[in-house]
Design a protein around this ligand. Sequence first.
Ligand SMILES: *Cc1c(COP(=O)(O)O)cnc(C)c1O
Length: 407
Amino acid sequence: MTAIDEFIKRCEEKSHDKYRLIEDIAYFNQIKVLKAFEKCRVATRHFNGTSGYGYDDEGRDTLGKLYAYSFGADAGIVSPHLVSGTHSLTVALFGLLRPDDTLLCVSGMPYDTIRGVIYGDNNGSLKDFGVNFEYCELKNDKFDFNSIKNKLNNKVKVVYIQRSRGYELRDAFSCEEIGEVCEFVRSLGFEGCIFVDNCYGEFVEKSEPTDVGADIIVGSLIKNAGGGLAPTGGYIVGKQKYIDMIGKRLTAPSIGLEVGSYLGGYQYFYQGLFMAPHIVAQALKTSILIGQAMCDLGFENYPKIDKIPHDITRAIKFDSAENMVNFIREVQYASPVDSYVTCEPWDMPGYDDKIIMAAGTFVSGASIELSADGPVKPPYIAYFQGGLTYEHGKYALERILNKIIKH
Ligand SMILES: *Cc1c(COP(=O)(O)O)cnc(C)c1O
């Protein structure tokens, strides 16, 4: 055994109890998903595609219900016509909000690509349509109940919560914390929609925000919920009345969710959801292993190694641009696709800074697959996520250690 092999083995031993916990959650969520399949009486015919208007597309309609039931909700939209997480969030917000309404984000500033959707200038943002935006800063990385109380007024129609950290150096919120904030805004008499950006959080815990008081949750299918198989798309699930409003925005006010076809068929969307609890567990174990190793090497990283993760992402702080870039490049070199590519920082649409991104993925850009990215500027933080198999993550770690330690 080389010194690096032994180092990894020690990291795995230290992670054992966390792995057991993650497997227990995966088992719980696998049953939850299977019960939803059973309730929907999923059959082979649901995998068939349709063309044109897609009237009576049973595969599409059942898929929406299947995701909804898996998340403890009553209705849902799951569609390849939702092109990404950002688009899904956009469609949902435009479906729910009207001119002069206020959107109140209680989890600090929302994720980078959502900012332009909410308050971009003359780009067709919510602001351009007269929707107001307010947000509450976090207090020591936790919800600031005082600030929420001060900003909640009767113009607020949507209370927005982002579960994952995005490009911030904070931990994701647990469903317990999300439940507390839901209860708090209801106790203040809020009657509008509690909305959660659920990206990266699906199946990480035994409950979802919809189980603890959220009315609508939204996410991307090329992250957790698509199980690494869904080729594209997003989901929006929650209360029927809100899903109806959003459906009218996804298509058109007069036709709503009666239409929408996809010739490619839906098998991978169904199969991806079936796989998702297991795949998320693989990604979480990978995250724990990398976290332990980076911690033992002295690189600060989040979630802290004694904490249970509430999403699949890990933020790792490097001491130099060189170590950060090397880390990300090794993730790329360890990938099944485009392993020969050397990552370089570039201007990505929707982001302000130059981003370096490793994504040697089967589904283009899928971050449930092993991937890493971050803006190359101090404090040099790489965001690491995904991994369809733990073994792949372990191999990437071995490469990273060889590069960083020997350097
Ligand atoms: C990834 C992500 C999004 C946006 O999803 P895309 O599919 O990249 O558009 C939004 N919010 C959070 C918290 C995310 O992690």
